[in-house]
Design a binder for this molecule. Structure first.
Ligand SMILES: Nc1ncnc2c1ncn2[C@@H]1O[C@H](COP(=O)(O)OP(=O)(O)OP(=O)(O)O)[C@@H](O)[C@H]1O
Length: 801
């Protein structure tokens, strides 16, 4: 009732024919399932848990704890704020209490989350556990103490990779009896980073084994599909899933919301633009605050969060001068104290609304809010539910509003509620067999301890073998009878950036302070840190003054202009090898290795409203990328004559095929929309992938649409696209058809990074192309007369130079 009332409030005054709500659904309440404290839990631990408000554990916590206690590797994949932490804290603390020599490791993707967990464990320490952080912020003086005394070390993958494993001898005390390794928020390890972390965990296991221990792995994850498969792939050990969530949850009403197209057309090529999701979120937040509802709005960037809070405050100031102070932007760079304050203020009702970046999604203990607004799809369903999960107190209904941004994926989702509401959360994609990841990781492993043939299976068997051969050929490693040896005095770890591709890096440095903000892959530097680019780092905004590719340096200064920038690239692609190929009459679908040549030719400056200010030309060198792609080709006959009955029903004028002049624009539009929709199937960001379309490709000899991974060697995205080709292209078609703009806009077929200025683009033609492809695939699949070719599955190996 309350949620419905809130929804009426936020839509009040909007004329029915302009109602932005495309769908409303109710998610029922769930009652808590309690269990007793297992008798092996130390009394001090249970007492501390009670003091923190946990009277009795929930059943899934005891299920997880008991499995871990019994020595099973476990993945706990239950909802937001379902108390996953207690599930592993109980057995780990019990184990440490019983064996004064035992030690444990905890890994979090962010330092802030590690700090939170450390605080929680410290308050429960039954004595002698001495939990401590070991991350980039740990003062040098404390590091020795941690190595010598801490029995539960809280760190992150970066520190494990650079600080702990390379110096394992100094950590011998911990490794000798390492009983548990906790990998928190493991769903965030995806793509190239995830592939690195997967291999890093294998390195960790082998070092532990070297010292005689075989730790139990505990992975905590947001709810995902097949979490056991993912956890097993990530950790390299068989994980038992704990899925039955017994934490209580209030009823929720979820509304999907599409901002209206604005009257004036200010977009590229005169395309219409929608009211921005941030502006819409500000309005909704203000209405919720007027209703007295405790609300959180998730916005993409820190600046966006500030603008949304500001917008809401402005609206509120017109209603009552006391109201604006009830709204804040959450803008701490993940400082724990600031988050504590925000949590406390929101819980007490002192603050009613906050606009925050997606970053707040991890490791914040805020639950039971009256409303959550998501301005833009956060990229994965796991994140969507993590954010939406902040709303809903037992016994009282809460409202979740998902506001679409002007992008094909968001458009698709608000028009296809089942894709958000009824779909299992996706499995995170990672590919530990990527030679570009495997090569540096194997070099690190060999530098830690010589690699033996018996260990290769852990690192991927045949692919590891091939990569080792190339490392030996490059004289990075030496092969002896007993195994593979690192040859140099220096250590490889410092050179390997596990958050990047492992290739060369460009350092992003604040010129005034010489502070290094981060690094960017050399391959993506031209598009992300070119001169004039607005670069966001942990929600703060910087502008790039100079990109020096030779020096591997991008100099920036802090500035938050009112526009954002997006680079424009022209891309060319050649096929290096086809691994999978299916022929459906005149349509062929393929997966393989490609060489992508791209050149950033300029960038677009865009206001948050979507209005395009201008395009600034740039003169940058060509970049070459060796990666993986999925592609389809369509024969000329199919494109030109109309054989598919589906396309007669489609939007092609007159229901015929395409005249030759329309083909390039049709393929181009189909490619853009497909890039926009792949994240729905491959847990990637649209910036992680790219595409090329051409009416005649010299390698395929036909009209071809390619979608490729944006990382050297690929991160598994193209493979996932190939595996889900039909649902992916069907969703792409739906996204285009759902958008009511006349001839293409950012919500359907325009791409923010198109180097050809989104020209030519033929929206209706794209539907014809997709109908032809889908029609051919379905027709031949149904008749089982299509041809499947499995080319040699071998991947060319990459050298680690
Ligand atoms: N059995 C319980 N009874 C009551 N409250 C509990 C219980 N277990 C945990 N909690 C509380 O629930 C909140 C969320 O717990 P926790 O942060 O461990 O959840 P989580 O599943 O790790 O959350 P996230 O989705 O953010 O990863 C905490 O405030 C915790 O104290």
């Amino acid at each position: 009732m309350r949620a419905r009332r809130l929804l009426r409030r936020v839509t009040a005054g909007i004329p029915e024919d302009r109602n932005p709500v495309t769908h409303v659904t109710e998610l029922p309440e769930r009652e808590a399932g309690f269990a007793e404290w297992p008798d092996w839990v130390p009394a001090e631990v249970a007492r501390a848990a009670r003091a923190s408000g946990v009277e009795r554990p929930w059943t899934h916590q005891v299920e997880a704890a008991s499995l871990i206690r019994a020595g099973r590797h476990v993945v706990i994949a239950t909802g937001t704020a379902s108390g996953k932490s207690l599930g592993y804290q109980l057995p780990v603390l019990a184990g440490l209490a019983e064996d004064p020599k035992a030690g444990a490791l905890y890994l979090a993707p962010t330092k802030a989350l590690g700090a939170d967990q450390l605080r929680s464990v410290s308050s429960m320490d039954p004595g002698g556990v001495r939990p401590a952080a070991y991350d980039g912020d740990t003062p040098m003086a404390e590091r020795d103490w941690v190595r010598a005394h801490a029995r539960w070390v809280f760190t992150n993958p970066d520190m494990l990779h650079r600080g702990i494993l390379p110096a394992h001898g100094r950590w011998a005390r911990l490794f000798r009896r390492l009983t548990h390794v906790v990998v928190d928020e493991c769903h965030s390890y995806r793509g190239v980073f995830g592939s690195h972390v997967a291999l890093l965990l294998r390195r960790l296991r082998r070092v532990a084994r070297h010292y005689g221990s075989d730790p139990v792995f505990v992975l905590a994850s947001a709810t995902t599909a097949a979490p056991d498969e993912f956890a097993t792939r990530l950790s390299g050990v068989d994980c038992t899933p704990v899925l039955a969530d017994a934490s209580p949850r209030g009823a929720r009403t979820v509304a999907l919301w599409e901002p209206p197209l604005l009257e004036e057309s200010a977009g590229e090529n005169g395309a219409p633009v929608r009211r921005s999701a941030g502006a819409e979120a500000a309005r909704i937040l203000a209405e919720l605050v007027i209703e007295g509802a405790r609300s959180l709005a998730f916005v993409r960037s820190r600046r966006g969060a500030e603008l949304t809070a500001l917008g809401a405050r402005r609206i509120l100031s017109e209603v009552d001068s006391s109201l604006p102070d009830m709204v804040a932007a959450y803008r701490g760079g993940f400082l724990p104290e600031e988050r504590r304050e925000l949590e406390a203020a929101l819980l007490s009702g002192e603050l009613l609304g906050a606009a925050t970046t997606n970053a707040l999604e991890l490791g914040v203990d805020i639950a039971g809010l009256d409303a959550v607004v998501l301005a833009g799809y956060p990229g994965t369903l796991a994140s969507f539910w993590q954010q939406a999960g902040r709303a809903g107190r037992a016994g009282d209904g809460a409202l979740v509003v998902f506001v679409a941004r002007d992008d094909p994926l968001d458009t698709y989702l608000v028009h296809h509620p089942a894709a958000v509401l009824d779909r299992p959360v996706e499995t995170a994609v990672l590919d530990p067999a990527n030679p570009y990841v495997l090569a540096p990781q194997l070099a690190c492993a060999a530098a830690e301890l010589p690699l033996t043939a018996a260990e290769l299976e852990t690192f991927g068997g045949a692919s590891a073998r091939a990569v080792l051969d190339s490392l030996v050929a490059d004289k990075v490693l030496r092969r002896r009878a007993s195994g593979w040896y690192w040859t140099r005095r220096d250590r490889p770890q410092a050179e390997v950036d596990i958050r990047g591709s492992g290739g060369e890096q460009v350092a992003v440095v604040e010129a005034e302070t010489s502070r290094m903000l981060g690094t960017v892959d050399a391959t993506s530097a031209c598009s992300t840190v070119h001169t004039g680019a607005v670069y966001l780092h942990q929600g703060s905004s910087y502008v790039v003054d100079e990109l020096d590719l030779e020096a591997g340096l991008a100099l920036v200064h802090a500035e938050a202009p009112e526009w954002t920038t997006s680079a424009r690239e022209v891309v060319d692609i050649s096929v290096l090898g086809t691994q999978r190929e299916e022929v459906f009459g005149g349509v062929r679908t393929c997966l393989g290795e490609v060489a992508v040549t791209s050149q950033v030719v300029g960038y677009l400056r865009k206001l948050p409203s979507g209005e395009v200010l201008d395009q600034v030309p740039l003169d940058l060198p060509e970049q070459r990328l060796h990666t993986r792609a999925v592609w389809y080709t369509v024969s000329e006959e199919l494109l030109r004559e109309d054989t598919s009955s589906a396309s007669r029903k489609g939007r092609a004028p007159g229901g015929t095929g395409l005249v030759p002049a329309r083909i390039p624009g049709a393929l181009h539009a189909a490619e853009h929309a497909a890039i926009g929709l792949l994240p729905l199937f491959a847990t990637c960001d649209r910036w992680d992938i790219g595409g090329v379309s051409t009416a005649l490709h010299e390698d395929t000899g036909e009209a071809t649409v390619f979608v490729h991974d944006g990382h050297p060697g690929g991160a598994g995205f193209a493979d996932r696209g190939y595996a889900a080709l039909v649902p992916w292209l069907a969703a792409t078609r739906e996204a285009i058809v759902s958008c009511e703009c006349p001839a293409g806009c950012p919500s359907c077929v325009q791409s923010p990074k198109c180097g050809n200025g989104n020209d030519p683009l033929d929206k209706a033609g794209a539907v014809v192309v997709l109908d032809i492809v889908l029609g051919a695939v379905r027709q031949h699949e149904g008749r089982h007369d299509h041809l499947m070719v499995n080319h040699a599955a071998e991947r060319p190996t990459a050298s680690n130079s």
